[in-house]
Design a protein around this ligand. Sequence first.
Ligand code: GLN
Length: 453
Amino acid sequence: MDSSTSFSQKLSIEKEKISNSKTNAVIRTRFDKAVNEINQGGLLKGKTFLVKDNIAIKNEPLSCASNILKSYISPFNATAIERIQNEGGLITGQTNCDEFAMGSSSEYSIYGSVKNPHNLDLVAGGSSGGSAAAIAENLADIALGSDTGGSIRQPAAFCGIYGLKPTYGRISRYGLVAHASSFDTIGIMSKEIDDIRKTLSIISGKDRKDATSVNNKVDVYKSFKTVPFPSSVGVIKEEILNELNSEIADRYRYLVTYLKSKNVAIKEIDLPFFKYSIPTYYVLTMAEASSNLSRFDGVRYGNRADSADLSELYLKSRTEGFSDEVKRRIMTGTYVLSSGYYDAYFSKALKVRRLIKDGYSSLLSGCDNLLIPSTPDLPFKLNYRLNNPIKMYLADMFTVPMNLAGIPSLNIPAGFSSKKLPIGFQIVGNSFKEETLFSFAHILEKEEIFDKI
Ligand code: GLN
């Protein structure tokens, strides 16, 4: 059997799996087109990709799970998509998410909620919940999502897979619909560390279409065979662990003890300005979102309401187009940017961000990696936090700091709770040190630590 026959068989199998899936993770497929793209060779030859519905694929819908873009078709490819296809990667479909990537549960979507593949009564996490659930169900090899405050790592933790939020600037944002531009990163999910690494090496690097992208190569060929444990790892203190779900905390303690037994120097750390991370993150991202989303006015993109009067046309298009959570953020963002409150909120939050960034850089000059739980809780029930935005926001307490600081972080699957729900931890590193995250994750996987508990 030649390789193109086996790739087309693989596509048929995945297509069938998607049509039988009960998680509502995949909202559109393009297998008919992917089959014709099989002949392209390259480093990602035959690897299948599902893509969050906020990343542009030429001639495909790009709705961001929002009414306002329901009928929008992208006329261009995101740079990441272009690079994947040039290396033989096959884009097979698009995944469900929170509207404009705002949320932590993938419930704020015009397509309905994504369900957790490990228990259909629970959320898959968000906002890239469709991508995470799809990977957990083996609907593709690799998925792309986006991470502004945790939207790769938190759903990866809830679905039991690897999820990388790279260093800010590592991957071009061209073609990623902007949520909060100084935080947004495209991220990568898979069950295989090596697939994440390979994909990163292909899609990273300078892109003249994104001025914040950085020219820094990832070495794809470096072998994992001889990697040692990191020599020093920063871990969180008991007083924070005591606040977490007890099964997550127990697993974390177990891992720390294990690392000590391997002679890794363990340093107890304070997470810099921890209690200010969530408010700082939400002030800044809502401000940026209110500005970014002003382009969706019913005239330039997507759905246009019926009206002869221009102001009314804007008003009606936006009122009908956005759902409550997006409106809440646009209004709060506009408020914190308004002249009377700019200094009290926006400008203060910028200063705190700086302190947080400096805090993490000094922590990472004292140890190779940090190990931090990805979530304070196990996956929660569908509808449970929908009417309580503050509770929803708190789901991100361990993930937003890395976006505030711009540093890379990888969620690793860390086994299951007594009720068979996935638990995830983050390995965090210094800017552009993704290699250290992969090596650490790889050695933990090889030692099968979590299967031993
Ligand atoms: N849950 C966070 C938020 O709602 C993170 C979103 C994201 O990373 N896209 O803003």
